[in-house]
Design a protein around this ligand. Structure first.
Ligand code: MTE
Ligand code: MO
Length: 421
C-alpha cells in the first residue's frame, strides 16, 4: 500500500471515529509499552531464523492459526454420517469464491472413490446416437468456465418454526460458490442428437444412492455444465470427482455429483428426490413439486453469532447475496428490524447466479440493533420477510426458506439469531 493511500486510510478511520463521537478503533498506540516478546518494538522470534523450505508443503494448507475455520456438521440433523451435510464457515470467508476445502457437502450415500480411468458418462434414451464418454473424451470438447453458487434447498430449513441454530454457519452454510470448468451439457446433447420427443433428462450419480433428478430439456440445453474442474483444479471427491452436473441457480440437489448417466425421456421420472424429498408441504397439506429455482436471498456475514462486535464506532457491514434467477440488482440493510432501510454497495464481481458481496460503512453507537439485509435481483424479485413467506408457505416446509435473516445485536456486542414477524 502506498504511503498516500495509507495516510488517507488513517484519515478515513479518524473521520469515522469522529462521527461516532470519538470512540476509536482499537489499534494500540505506537510504542505502547506492552513488552510482548514478539510484538513491536521487539524483533519477533520468527525473524531470527529461516523458515520452512520451499517444497515443505507440496500441496499448501492454511496456517495452523486458522484451524478453527472448517466445515462443520450438526450431529442431530441426519440419522447417519454418510447421509449427511457439512456446512461452510460463511462467517470467515471473503470475496465470493468458497475455497474448495470449505465447500459445503451433502451426500446421500457418502463420498465414493471413483476412478477416472474407469468412470464413464453414458448418454442414451430418446436420441439418435447414444454415446459413452470417458474423461479424456470430455476434456476434448470446448470448455466453459463460470462462477456459480450451489445451494441446498434445505438451507435455512431448520428455522421455519423459530430460530434454532445459533450460528451463521448453520443458518446459511449449505451454500458455496466456485469457479467451475467443464463442457456445456448442450454440447454433449448435440453430439448424441436429441430426438424431438425428448422433453426431460434424467441425471444419475455413481454413488451408492445412485442419486438422480429429472430436469426439463429447456434447462438441460440452457446453462448446465458437466464440470470436471473447480477453482482451477480437478473437482474434489466431495464435490463429485471426476465429473458433476452444475445446474446453475437450481436446487443444489439437481447438480448431480459423480455423474454417470443421462437419459433422455418424454416425462419426468418422479424419483425419490422429487417425491418424498425436495417437495414443499403447503398450508393446506398439499405438496408442491419441482420448485427448482433458488430465489433471491442474502445474509450479513461480518456481524453474526460467530462475529460479535468488540468495539463501538466504525464497522464495515458485509454480507453475501445471491439469486438463482440471475444477477443481484441491489441489497438494502436495516438496523431496526426492517422499519427503515439503507442501500448497501455491491463490491467486486456481480455475476449471474453467483454470490455477490455487499458492503455498508456503519458506526455502531453501542445500542441494541436488529440487523437485516434484503436482496433484490435483476428480475425485480425482492427477498421476502419471514411473515410474507409464512403467509404463503405456512410452517410445514423444509425447503426454500429464503426470508430475511435477523441478527440481534446486544449492547455488549453479542449477536443472536432472532426472528421478526
Ligand atoms: N450423486 C449425488 N449427487 C448429489 C448428491 C448426492 O448425494 N449424490 N447430493 C445432492 C445435494 S442434496 C446437494 S445440495 C448437492 C451438494 O453439492 P456439494 O456436496 O458439492 O455441496 O449435491 C447434490 N448432488
Ligand atoms: Mo440438498
Amino acid at each position: 500500500m502506498s504511503e498516500a493511500k495509507d495516510l488517507s486510510r488513517r484519515n478515513f478511520l479518524r473521520k469515522a471515529s469522529l462521527v461516532s463521537g470519538g470512540a476509536l478503533m482499537t489499534s494500540s498506540q505506537l510504542w505502547a509499552n506492552e513488552n510482548i516478546p514478539n510484538t513491536p518494538p521487539n524483533v519477533p522470534s520468527w525473524m531470527r531464523k529461516t523458515g520452512k523450505t520451499v517444497g515443505a508443503a507440496p500441496y499448501g494448507v492454511p496456517s495452523l492459526h486458522e484451524s478453527d475455520i472448517v466445515r462443520k456438521t450438526v450431529p442431530w440433523l441426519t440419522a447417519s454420517p454418510i447421509s449427511s451435510v457439512s456446512f461452510s464457515p460463511l462467517h470467515a470467508l471473503k470475496g465470493i469464491i468458497t475455497p474448495s476445502s470449505l465447500h459445503f457437502e451433502r451426500h446421500h450415500s457418502g463420498v465414493p472413490d471413483v476412478s477416472p480411468d474407469e468412470h464413464r458418462l453414458m448418454i442414451h434414451g430418446l436420441c439418435d446416437n447414444p454415446l459413452v464418454f470417458d474423461m479424456d473424451d470430455l476434456a476434448r470438447f470446448p470448455s466453459v468456465t463460470e462462477i456459480r453458487f450451489i445451494e441446498c434447498p434445505a438451507n435455512g430449513g431448520m428455522e421455519w418454526r423459530g430460530p434454532q441454530m445459533e450460528a451463521l454457519q448453520f443458518t446459511h452454510g449449505m451454500l458455496s460458490c466456485s469457479e467451475w470448468t467443464g463442457v456445456r451439457l448442450s454440447t454433449l446433447l448435440a453430439e448424441v442428437g436429441v430426438k424431438k420427443a425428448a422433453k426431460w433428462i434424467l441425471a444419475e450419480g455413481a454413488d451408492g444412492a445412485a442419486m438422480g433428478r429429472s430436469i426439463p430439456i429447456e434447462k438441460a440445453l440452457d446453462d448446465v455444465i458437466v464440470a470436471y474442474a473447480q477453482n482451477g483444479e480437478m473437482i474434489r471427491p466431495e464435490q463429485g470427482y471426476p465429473i458433476r452436473l452444475v445446474n446453475p441457480g437450481w436446487e443444489g440437489n439437481t447438480s448431480v455429483k459423480w455423474l454417470r448417466r443421462i437419459e433422455l425421456g418424454d416425462k419426468p421420472w418422479h424419483l425419490r428426490e422429487e417425491t418424498s424429498k425436495y417437495t414443499d408441504v403447503m398450508p393446506d397439506g398439499s405438496a408442491r413439486q419441482f420448485t427448482w429455482v433458488q430465489e433471491a436471498n442474502s445474509v450479513i456475514t461480518s456481524i453474526c453469532p460467530e462475529n460479535p462486535l468488540k468495539n463501538r464506532g466504525f464497522h464495515e457491514v458485509e454480507g453475501v447475496a445471491w439469486s438463482g434467477r440471475g444477477k443481484i440488482k441491489h441489497v438494502d440493510v436495516s438496523f431496526d428490524g426492517g422499519i427503515s432501510w439503507q442501500r448497501a454497495s455491491l463490491k467486486g464481481l456481480i455475476l449471474d447466479k453467483a454470490l455477490t458481496r455487499f458492503s455498508f460503512n456503519w458506526n455502531w453507537d453501542g445500542s441494541p440493533k436488529l440487523m437485516q439485509s434484503r436482496a433484490m435481483d435483476e428480475t425485480g424479485y425482492v427477498q421476502p420477510t419471514l411473515e410474507q413467506l409464512r403467509a404463503v408457505r405456512g410452517l410445514n416446509s423444509i425447503y426454500h426458506k429464503n426470508s430475511i435473516q435477523t441478527w440481534q445485536l446486544s449492547h455488549t456486542g453479542e449477536v443472536k439469531n432472532a426472528q421478526r414477524s
